[in-house]
Structures are given as structure tokens and as C-alpha cells.
Design a protein around this ligand. Structure first.
Ligand code: 2AL
Length: 244
């Protein structure tokens, strides 16, 4: 099974850590190909960043199709471009927020999301609504660390851990969903410290795609998610008009 894991921002370091998390759980017959778009924002933490990350992300889906990728993970917690990616890809496409929320729903009555900047909380709530996860999502909290400042520095880990502790307490939740692909490598450590399940969306999404491909399942393409119609695209988007 060939899974293309797309970090939809243009920071290669982040694609590297996403790749390590993905490979740590992928099965022996799965090949993980982690990539970054060649155009777009260095990090995604506003609606503007998210909108402008999508063309580069879709170009990576098109490349993945040429390489015979069996499925895709969109490794950003806003799940940017998910519906459009499903129209382009022949195999399943799963976003990390969608995969993490579904996985967390198996682990108790409810979960709390702990994300980066406060301004991204609205998007997380919108996604919980969209996925029918509002019943399980008991709170969305921010640690107020920007995406590009996430690393395993003790101060960063402590700030996120304390945000998780406060979220568990205020929401009465059973599990934590960490709301950024850049937090992927911190999940195990924070889970150990707090003694609760901490779900990493990258790993949840990789295993969801691997399961769907193994079951021979793909996005239904008979209607809404059919390949986009070919038509002219103008200006710097002219190469996106090919359709199929
Ligand atoms: C993210 C993420 O996962 N990648 C990125 O660039 N921004 N999410 C977030 N909540 O800030």
C-alpha cells in the first residue's frame, strides 16, 4: 500500500517529523511517501493561509496519482482541501482532524482538542460539526504557540501538557486530540505524563487510509465526488484546468 502523506504547508522540517510519526505505525506492507507542496504558506493558522495552501496541496495529489498512490493523508488539522482532494484522487483521502476525532470517539464519552493559536479554534469546531463529532468534542483549547515554534523544547512540551491538563479538567473529557501535525511527535510523551489517551491525527489518518485501501474501499465517485470537469483556468492557475 502506497500512502502519500501531504504536509500542506511548505516547511520541509515538519514533513520530516510527520513522516517519522507515520512510519512508526504503518504496516510492513505500507510505503509512506511524505511530501510538501512547492508553493504556499510556511504554516497554516488562518483561513487565508488555509485557502492559499490548497492549490499546492492539489498539485501534490495530482503528482501522487501519476505515481500510483493508493491513498492520501492531508496532514494539517484544518483538513484543507479535503473535498477537492477527494475529487482528484482515485483512492481514499483522510484528513488528520477527521481521523483523530473519529479515533477519539472510540475512547470515551468525549474528548478535548488542544490546538495552536486561539484563532484556529473556530475551524476545529466547524470540523467537529461537519464530521458529526460535536457530541464527542467537549472543548477546543489553544496553547497559543504558533505552528513554526512547535518543537520538543521542554518549555513547549510543558505549555502544551498544561493546556491539556486544564482542558481535561474543565471539559471532564476522557481523551485529548492534539490539533496540529507539528504536535505529532509529542503525543506519547504527553499521554504518559497525564495518564489519558492522546490521539495523534497523523497516525490515526495513516492507519485509517491503510485500512480503507486494504478493504478495497475508495471515495464514491459516481456523483458529487466525480473527477472535476476539464475547463480553462486562467493566470497562474492555468495548469489546474486539465480535469479528467
Ligand atoms: C496546523 C497544522 O497541522 N499544520 C499547520 O501548518 N497548521 N494546524 C493548526 N491548528 O495550526
Amino acid at each position: 500500500v502506497l500512502i502519500t502523506v501531504i504536509n500542506p504547508n511548505t516547511t520541509w522540517d515538519m514533513a520530516g517529523s510527520i513522516e517519522r510519526s507515520a512510519r512508526a505505525v504503518a504496516g510492513p506492507d505500507t510505503v509512506v511517501r511524505a511530501v510538501c507542496p512547492t508553493m504556499g504558506p510556511a504554516s497554516i493558522e488562518s483561513h487565508y493561509d488555509e485557502a492559499l495552501a490548497v492549490p499546492g496541496l492539489l498539485a501534490e495529489i495530482a503528482t501522487g496519482e501519476q505515481l500510483g498512490s493508493d491513498g492520501y493523508v492531508i496532514a494539517c488539522f484544518g483538513d484543507p482541501g479535503l473535498d477537492a482532494a477527494r475529487e482528484l484522487a482515485s483512492g481514499p483521502v483522510v484528513g488528520i482532524a477527521e481521523a483523530a476525532m473519529h479515533a477519539a470517539s472510540f475512547l470515551g464519552r468525549g474528548f478535548s482538542v488542544v490546538t495552536t493559536l486561539s484563532r484556529t479554534r473556530g475551524r476545529a469546531w466547524d470540523l467537529a460539526d461537519r464530521y458529526g463529532m460535536r457530541r464527542f468534542c467537549l472543548g477546543v483549547h489553544a496553547c497559543d504557540i504558533p505552528v513554526l515554534e512547535l518543537d520538543s523544547d521542554p518549555y513547549v512540551v510543558k505549555t502544551i501538557t498544561e493546556a491539556c491538563r486544564a482542558a481535561l479538567e474543565s471539559d471532564g473529557s476522557d481523551a485529548i486530540v492534539l490539533g496540529c501535525a507539528g504536535m505529532s511527535t509529542l503525543c506519547a510523551r504527553i499521554g504518559e505524563e497525564l495518564g489519558v489517551p492522546v490521539v495523534d491525527g497523523v497516525q490515526a489518518a495513516v492507519l485509517t487510509v491503510q485500512s480503507l485501501v486494504t478493504m478495497g474501499l475508495r471515495t464514491g465517485s459516481a456523483g458529487e465526488f466525480a473527477a472535476p470537469l476539464a475547463k480553462p483556468y486562467a493566470g497562474i492557475l492555468r495548469d489546474f484546468g486539465t480535469g479528467r
